[in-house]
Design a protein around this ligand. Structure first.
Ligand code: SAH
Length: 271
């Protein structure tokens, strides 16, 4: 089972990572959360768009049945999809499309991922050794908050989510969307997610909504033993992005590459 990761396919040389612990210094601490007052002042945007209103639960139930028919069998994940109102996370003009299996623009050249892709990633997280033992995702690091939809789903599946976004207006938008969200411990950080967030590590799960050429060292350092990372990553042999599932076992690392995917690029710095 615990096949050592092949260094040649990993620019970061995972075999060197094992045993290195979490003592690597973080290059720069990420900014803590700003007060919620700003978000509260904009919370009026949360009004349910006309046309969905009371029907949204039924529309969501149909989306859940489609996900189930597509092979998502993790009940906890399906239940979370049934509870989070996706239409509140997109612009009002797009709300009627919110329960279709499509990605939608959220501004700044970014998109909210398709429900089927998000469901697949969350189901993969939920199948980790840690999640199977605990029955939940423990503490989760999310890279790429975007509009905050997946953050909300994660909060229902975990004991705490720390989500990092590098685009300031999106970080602010997610704060508005998640204002008043009372489920679990959700922390939003404005910063470069490639650095992870050392002060809250280790994470039992790490999930990225943007893909680069290699996995940042900080993610490897901050993943707990027994934990799982799911992230899109460029794969030269496949000629595009694949979904990488990386388990940190007591003996080392185990890697699977699952299917072709198409996520936005993982960028450096903040804007
Ligand atoms: N899960 C999100 C998907 C957003 S798209 C949602 O539900 O809306 C991916 C996001 O990753 C974008 O918002 C993009 O700005 C962000 N991103 C890209 N590189 C990043 C980085 N280095 N750190 C943090 N966020 C990053």
């Amino acid at each position: 089972m615990n096949k050592p990761a092949r260094g040649a396919r990993f620019p970061l040389g995972l075999d060197h990572v094992h045993g290195s612990g979490r003592s690597r210094p973080q290059p720069e601490p990420l900014r803590p959360q700003r007060p919620l007052a700003h978000a509260a002042s904009q919370a009026t945007r949360q009004a349910t768009p006309s046309g969905l209103g009371m029907d949204s639960a039924a529309v969501r139930a149909r989306m859940v049945e489609r996900l189930r028919a597509d092979g998502i069998g993790t009940e906890a994940v399906l239940q979370a999809f049934g509870r989070v109102e996706r239409h509140r996370f997109v612009d009002t003009a797009l709300a009627t499309q919110a329960y279709e299996d499509t990605s939608l623009p959220i501004g700044h050249g970014q998109t909210i991922s398709k429900p089927s892709v998000v469901a697949r990633m969350l189901a993969l997280l939920h199948e980790s050794a840690s999640a199977r033992a605990a029955g939940h995702l423990g503490r989760v690091l999310e890279i790429g908050t975007g509009c905050g939809y997946q953050t909300a789903l994660l909060s229902l599946l975990s004991r705490g989510v720390l989500s990092i976004e590098r685009v300031r207006p999106l970080h602010d938008k997610a704060r508005v969307h998640l204002h008043g969200w009372r489920q679990g411990d959700v922390r939003l950080v404005y910063g470069d997610g490639r650095l992870g967030h050392g002060p809250w590590a280790p994470y039992q799960h790490i999930v990225a909504a943007a893909g680069g050429d290699a996995l940042p060292q900080a993610w490897l350092d901050q993943l707990d033993v027994g934990g799982r990372l799911v992230a899109p990553m460029q794969d030269e042999r496949a000629g595009g992005q694949v979904l990488l599932v990386l388990d940190r076992t007591p003996d080392g690392w185990r890697e699977q590459r699952i299917g072709a995917v198409h996520f936005v690029p993982l960028k450096s710095g903040r804007e």
